[in-house]
Design a protein around this ligand. Structure first.
Ligand SMILES: [Zn+2]
Length: 358
């Protein structure tokens, strides 16, 4: 069977989104919002199981702002006026570190523990890449806390979080690397992308080859309010460097690409023998739910390029990487996940039948 996994996030229930806004405005105590978080995670896990998905997540319900800043949200030495992440039509602002030292406030391992308490299904955990968190350090070096000291602390925190998730039995620990494709836009020379790859490899190099097989990397052009930040950056600027990352699994947005075959040819060319490519067969930004037959055909198309032993499927991105994104309903997200699971199974059966005839 061709393996299939989600990326991570599921739209939060509207009552949780409303309560999070009240909490941020100081009108609600944390004790009042906590039962809503717990209920959202429990409902997400139950509905994830109902899709038949062999691998589930907590839907990132507790990543209180987004997929990147969850690790520092609530820390006293951060303010909200850092790097501007520009989507087509709107922007999001990353937090900025004001002083050292630096340590994570929240970790993927905490979220994973809750998923595992609620379900026996294989669970994966997404964590933010060191390169994304490196953007939280200000452009001007802090007097009491050098950039080098920050990077050292960041790598230690990131490594220990991944290690905890692996030890807990995570099916995959996925490093979210949306800024990889964006780097081609911010610096067309490729210098920024190379520095991101180099930094993330400093972390990945701390794991052995068996551990790395369960460490994945997610690439996408961003996904928020039905918009992207770097879909106009050609994959040929990213993919040759992407597979230099010392990870075993790559979760690659593909369904929304205008020329999927061209991207598949690039993936096939640069994918290393020990790496598995999970290609996106669902477009979370498209409100229409794909049919299982469409998914099946996308998998069969990918199988023309990528060896079956190195092929998996996924969604192009999470369904709500930013917690207040109301552009997709939970119902639509789970219907799309079910289509991915059923369509991938259909393709697997078809490919298996072909194989047995040969
Ligand atoms: Zn994504």
């Amino acid at each position: 069977m061709i393996p299939t996994e989600p990326i991570g996030s599921i739209p939060r229930p509207p009552e949780l989104i409303a309560a999070m806004a009240e909490f941020r405005a100081g009108r609600l105590a944390y004790t009042e919002i906590e039962p809503l978080y717990a209920a959202a995670v429990a409902d997400t896990v139950r509905r994830f199981e109902a899709t038949g998905s062999p691998v589930i997540t907590d839907g990132e319900q507790r990543k209180s702002h987004n997929f990147a800043s969850y690790c520092v949200d609530g820390l006293p030495n951060f303010v909200n006026d850092g790097f501007h992440l520009r989507f087509v039509g709107h922007e999001r602002v990353w937090p900025r570190l004001t002083s050292g030292p630096f340590a994570f406030m929240r970790r993927g391992a905490e979220f994973l523990a809750e998923t595992q308490r609620l379900s026996n299904r294989q669970a994966k955990q997404a964590v933010i890449s060191p390169s994304a968190v490196s953007l939280f350090y200000p452009a001007r070096e802090l007097p009491d806390y050098s950039r080098d000291a920050f990077i050292e602390d960041l790598l230690r925190e990131h490594e220990s979080d991944i290690r905890s998730c692996l030890e807990m039995g995570a099916h995959t620990v996925q490093v979210d690397f949306t800024e990889g494709r964006l780097a081609g836009k911010l610096d067309p020379s490729g210098g920024l992308l190379n520095s991101f790859i180099g930094l993330n490899n400093l972390a990945l190099a701390r794991f052995n080859s068996v551990e790395r097989r369960r460490i994945g990397v997610h690439t996408c052009p961003g996904g928020d309010r039905d918009s992207t930040h770097s879909a106009d950056v050609d994959y040929s600027a990213l993919l040759p460097s992407l597979f230099e990352l010392m990870a075993g699994r790559f979760f690659i947005a593909l369904a929304r690409e205008p020329d999927r075959r061209r991207v598949l040819a690039l993936v096939a060319r640069y994918l290393k023998p020990e790496q598995v490519a999970y290609v996106g067969v669902i477009d979370p930004l498209d409100p229409r739910v794909e049919t299982p037959e469409e998914v099946r055909d996308r998998v069969l198309e990918a199988a023309e390029y990528i060896p079956l032993s190195q092929l998996g499927t996924t969604d192009d991105c999470g369904f709500a990487p930013f917690s207040d994104d109301l552009s997709t309903s939970r119902e639509t997200a789970f219907a799309k996940i079910e289509a991915r699971v059923v369509g991938t199974r259909m393709a697997s059966q078809q490919l298996e039948a072909r194989w047995s005839l040969q």
